[in-house]
Design a protein around this ligand. Structure first.
Ligand SMILES: [Zn+2]
Length: 64
């Protein structure tokens, strides 16, 4: 297995692969990890269209 670059200690497939594939992240922390992970994996290879809705979801998850 490949450990996730976000240092969660989980396999990538069980961690950031889910939000990267369009699935909603379970927690705000998972969102932050997935964004860091996306940066490590591709340094922006994932489109801005991915990052924008994550910002909206992070705001909602923080209770605003
Ligand atoms: Zn991860």
């Amino acid at each position: 297995m490949t450990l996730c670059p976000c240092a969660s200690g989980q396999a990538y497939a069980d961690c950031c692969a889910r939000p990267h594939g369009g699935e909603a992240a379970a927690t705000a922390l998972a969102l932050m990890r997935s964004r860091y992970c996306a940066y490590v994996l591709g340094a922006g290879r994932l489109s801005a269209g991915y990052l924008a809705p994550v910002d909206a979801a992070a705001g909602a998850a923080s209770g605003r």
